[in-house]
Design a protein around this ligand. Structure first.
Ligand SMILES: Cc1ncc(COP(=O)(O)O)c(C=O)c1O
Length: 418
């Protein structure tokens, strides 16, 4: 027998084991001030590339005004209770209606958090007779939804449509015996690498196989497609996506999410999604704030155009300077480098302290040992000067990385706050 606390203290987890050296700096940093390209970090103003504030709405004057007025009028408590019991409102229904139009689906259900919404929707849709087929690099919310599934699941190699077909063949054999159905899960945009899911090709597999496609488009909504309707719109295959998910946590610069589909499917989710039935509904200011953001997205295509101008300048500039940014075809911009975890921390420390640039760092165990990703998220409120300065700074730190200047046996020495 063992004590649960003893077990946890002996093994804090793959990231938790670094907490005493990283907390407050590499992990759990505190970015302060208005959300935008320049924010305060430990008392210094840094150029910030780490927020998914794609369209720059977080600090938009109309958004700030609407958020404040809605909070003053309704407070944060209203409406009380779950939607089904007492927490519904005309604003919630209006937002669902407008989101449906935005993503070109008949109906929509709001979710309190995107993550929970995905997990819970997957849980509601499948039972032990059904088979799930999903992309190997799916976000944790898909993985955790799959973990709840009582039936078979098959994973396909990341964005490999041939392998997806192979797994569909395996799934087909199973459901022929169980009498179940097949649910394919993937993403519109993979948030780490920035590559779009091959949605059009997966939709085309419907000609040969019978399945329903559920797409997590957290990074695509508001960003991709002619009117910001997401990756399905971008790839001209939105009709082939049976269930579409978006979060408010990125281009909307808010919190919450939504799932859109056929009317009867959304009705089923309303009455069967445990994360929504057994949880309080979204507060009114969030819902009214989301309506405002949606209005701005529709009214101002130039925000999206600006985002793409900055994205294209950043990505082409990085490539020209010799950086490997992989196969991103969205604003998500990973810079792939080689080095150890201590080197990564020393380099990021230098970048923050001496170049005043803040971006996210990804290392093992999230990615293979020896690899470092510095991930940049351009937004509509960055400038071409920000891009230029960042590329120059990156060139300097990577020269130092290559010449071994960041080598060390230990993580960068920073004063951490635990
Ligand atoms: C691909 C993807 N799906 C789902 C989520 C979860 O969304 P939320 O932050 O609204 O819970 C995220 C956000 O981190 C994401 O990147």
């Amino acid at each position: 027998m063992r004590d649960i606390f003893d077990k946890v203290k002996a093994n804090m987890g793959p990231l938790g084991m670094y907490s005493s050296k990283a907390h407050g700096y590499f992990t759990f940093p505190k970015l302060e001030g208005d959300i935008g390209p320049y924010m305060m970090f430990r008392g210094k103003k840094l150029l910030n590339w780490s927020l998914n504030n794609y369209l720059g709405l977080a600090n938009h004057h109309e958004v700030r005004k609407t958020d404040a007025e809605a909070a003053a009028k309704f407070g944060l408590a209203a409406p009380m209770g779950a939607r089904m019991m007492s927490g519904n409102s005309v604003y919630h229904e209006q937002l669902e209606k407008e989101l449906s139009e935005f993503v070109n689906k008949p109906d929509t259900i709001l979710c309190n958090y995107g993550y929970q919404g995905m997990v819970s929707a997957i849980d509601a849709l499948v039972d032990r007779r059904d088979v799930i087929v999903y992309d190997a690099e799916s976000h944790a919310c898909i993985i955790d939804g799959v973990r709840l599934h009582m039936g078979k699941r098959f994973v396909f190699k990341h964005n490999d449509v041939e392998d997806c077909e192979k797994q569909l063949q395996r799934a087909q054999k199973i459901v022929q015996e169980t009498g179940g159905g097949i649910l394919v899960l993937t993403e519109g945009v993979f948030g780490m690498r920035g590559d779009q899911g091959k949605l059009k090709e997966i939709v085309a597999l419907k000609k040969k196989y019978s399945f329903r496609l559920f797409v997590d488009d957290a990074h695509g909504i508001g960003v991709l497609g002619k009117t910001g309707g997401g990756t399905g719109q971008e790839q001209n295959c939105q009709n082939g996506i049976d269930i579409y998910f978006g979060t408010f946590a990125k281009s909307f610069a808010l919190i919450g999410g939504f799932i859109s589909s056929e009317k009867e499917i959304v009705t089923y989710l309303r009455y069967n999604m445990r994360s929504q039935i057994f949880a309080k509904s979204l507060p009114m200011p969030i819902v009214i704030g989301a309506l405002k953001r949606l209005e701005l997205m529709r009214k101002h295509p130039e925000y999206r155009e600006k985002l793409w101008e900055i994205t294209n300048a950043l990505q082409s500039g990085l490539k020209k300077a010799g950086f490997d940014i992989g196969n991103t075809n969205t604003p998500v911009t990973p810079v792939y480098l080689n080095g150890s975890i201590p080197e990564a921390t020393n380099m990021v420390y230098d970048l923050r302290e001496n170049f005043n640039v803040f971006c996210s760092m990804v290392t093992y165990p999230v990615i293979p040992k020896g690899m470092i990703i510095l991930r940049l998220i351009p937004t509509a409120v960055h400038t071409l000067e920000d891009v230029q300065y960042t590329i120059e700074s990156f060139s300097k730190i990577v020269d130092k990385l290559k010449s071994g200047k960041y080598q060390s046996d230990d993580l960068a020495k920073v004063q951490v706050e635990l």
